[in-house]
Design a protein around this ligand. Sequence first.
Ligand code: ASP
Ligand code: MG
Length: 410
Amino acid sequence: MSLLVHKYGGTSVGSPERIKAVAEKVKASVDAGNQVVVVVSAMSGETNRLIALAGEMSKRPEPRELDVLVSTGEQVSMALLCMALSELGQESRSYTGAQAGIRTDMSHNKARITDIDTEKVLADLNKGRVVVIAGFQGINADGDVTTLGRGGSDTSAVAMAAALEADECQIYTDVDGVYTTDPRVVPNARKLAKITFEEMLEMASLGSKVLQIRSVEFAGKYGVALRVLSSFADGDGTLITTDEENPLEQALISGIAFNRDEAQITVLGVPDTPGIAYQIVGPVADANIEVDMIVQNISGDQFTDFTFTVNRTDYERTFEIVSGKAKELGAVDVSGRTDIAKVSVVGVGMRSHAGIASVMFEALAKDAINILMISTSEIKISVVVDEKYLELAVRTLHEAFELSSPVEVV
Ligand code: ASP
Ligand code: MG
């Protein structure tokens, strides 16, 4: 008998019909001999609706009250699912985060889970019940409801799986797994049977938003076997796991990730002296703006050009901060652009294989795609390109690394 945590996202519980379909899936899993804990999201659109309602009351709703409000979305789903399960003859119990023993720190709206008391949940499981838990929420030391940040139900599920030492945490969503790249850009992108936590983090942070990033980190840290699968179709989905395979058998590249949400700022001609990087990036970081790629190169004798990227939404603010600083430093000019994008090849196979970068650069060169910036890590090579070449770059790289599905012969 396996202990499984199922998590169903907003679209999977988006209507009474869908909730009934979820109940069928849960029941089938129990009938197959598993113990099942279910974590549910709010019905799709509900959290947004509640946040908008709060906005009607106040420009800055009190964080505590906002949590009281938005945590109700998940409670609707959990009760409805138990009613549907009951119709199928399956005994179940629904619990809020607090009732399920999910304790968090004190920060409202983006709380972190500190520990979980599983006693009640285990007692129910042992009585043959399905336990349905409201995702996205917990309780702090003052007894107040807290929420975990948008998309937080994934983290609730993973944390619950870790605490229960579940055999698998299954994230049911509206896609049937993790793909080599976005199928909207590359129609023959292939579903991956397996991907490592590290790779998934790179894919996720680069815009493949299948899972909340924090939940993947959590699963990696606690060794929770995580599976992404469709709540609408059958199939094994994608297993996210630790990297234990023989490196020689490992695929070189698991996927091509990309992100349009990028902007670039260049400070031209600053004196090439110690502390320059700190003086430029420091004030940006102080403003809580995340700097991603950084390139510095010497121009002429005593001057250097300094280029970095930030999230596109932070562009204006960053430009202002850097412009002020550049004047102080006696820079020649500050320029920037928001029509750029980042493309990355991701794969743990890179660790044991040389030459990935040259394959990547050659492929881009063949299509005359100009590389504006490059950065590398142990399992990723990223380039910044003109946004208008983004899709071409993704397709080219997908092909160069032979990531597509085998062609079906009819
Ligand atoms: N309902 C919450 C949200 O929309 C949590 C979740 O769906 O994971 O962000
Ligand atoms: Mg969600």
